[in-house]
Write a protein that binds this ligand. Structure first.
Ligand SMILES: C[S@@+](CC[C@H](N)C(=O)[O-])C[C@H]1O[C@@H](n2cnc3c(N)ncnc32)[C@H](O)[C@@H]1O
Length: 305
């Protein structure tokens, strides 16, 4: 598709479709596990507290926002897709301190200047053209207060597993019809240097860039106020809590091997049955079983749980 709105509205035309488009699983419990993982990273990166008004760009079904909202003053979920926002509204209906904004392409125009203390965006910039990624950073610099913090991620071209993920995308185009424009929402990949350049031009000071996983993860501060050195020291001290762990990367790589290299799902599950490997294992196991259920035609019957 040539239009972000149509693409994501189509994916989110049903609640199940919206869930799957957000993290590959139609299961509310899996969403809660993956959401909690992201929420922990963001809480550390942005030092979230009771007084904070926080914007999520590309909020999807509120997978993360629903978990963060109880600990902050206000959570605003902005998204290009009215259908995604419809699902998010229903999921978060019990929470009083949330709002929803439908976006027009690459602009946060409905939102006021300096209206937020902090902002974040997860798994969103990976789905847009680089120009739009940059323009959204300029918009984030406008809507976040001077000195305010932002956190976001994008696919990492320069990590081992990030490259493997890119190679999967590239292979799809080897024999594609070159007269057809590539889908605007296809997966896009970045390097830490590129992200740094975008941030600096958009008006941010870079506090931390993590790039040892398939993700480039960034914490930055809007210029114009605040002590950059103090914030940089704080986020560097918390880098381990913000970063995707080596185990997360290995488990993610295992999923790639099953989906693209013919690794036996039984072998992958055996690895995910070993909870002693680390905290990420139950989350990946639940996630993987849901993927398996959606792929029973290729992989055979999924385990009951
Ligand atoms: C993979 S989902 C991630 C949702 C959410 N951030 C999460 O992690 O649960 C990507 C989200 O970004 C939104 N999105 C995609 N392109 C966008 C754009 N150009 N502007 C704003 N939102 C966009 C989609 O509608 C979708 O809700």
């Amino acid at each position: 598709m040539q239009n972000y709105k149509d693409f994501w509205d189509d994916k989110a035309s049903t609640t199940t479709g919206a869930f799957i488009a957000v993290d590959g699983s139609a299961n509310e419990q899996v969403l809660a596990l993956t959401g909690a993982y992201s929420a922990r990273q963001i809480t550390a990166a942005l030092d979230l507290g009771r007084a904070d008004r926080v914007l999520e760009l590309g909020c999807g079904v509120g997978r993360i926002g629903g978990l963060l909202a109880p600990g902050i003053a206000h959570w605003e979920g902005a998204d290009i897709s009215a259908n995604m926002l419809g699902v998010a509204r229903k999921r978060l209906a019990a929470q009083a301190n949330v709002g929803f904004t439908e976006l027009v392409r690459t602009s946060l125009r409905p939102l006021p200047d300096a209206g937020f203390d902090k902002a974040y965006s997860v798994a969103v910039f990976i789905h847009m053209d680089k120009e739009d990624f940059y323009l959204y950073l300029e918009e984030l610099a406008r809507v976040v207060k001077p000195g305010g913090l932002v956190y976001f991620d994008t696919w990492n071209l320069v990590s081992r597993v990030g490259w493997r993920r890119f190679a999967i995308e590239a292979a799809q185009y080897r024999s594609a019809d070159f007269s057809v424009r590539k889908d605007v929402a296809r997966n896009q990949f970045s390097t830490p240097d590129e992200v740094r350049a975008f941030l600096e031009h958009a008006g941010f000071e870079v506090l931390l860039i993590l790039a040892d996983s398939p993700w480039v993860q960034v914490v930055a501060q809007r210029r114009g106020a605040g002590d950059v050195a103090v914030q940089r020291e704080r986020v560097n001290a918390l880098a381990k809590r913000i970063a995707y762990t080596p185990l997360w990367t290995e488990l993610f790589d295992t999923l790639l091997k099953v989906t693209t290299e013919g690794m036996s799902p039984h072998d992958a599950l055996a690895m995910m049955n070993d909870a002693s490997l680390g905290d990420e294992v139950p989350m990946f196991r639940a996630w993987f079983i849901e993927m398996w259920r959606a792929n029973e035609t290729n992989w055979g019957k999924a385990p009951a749980n």
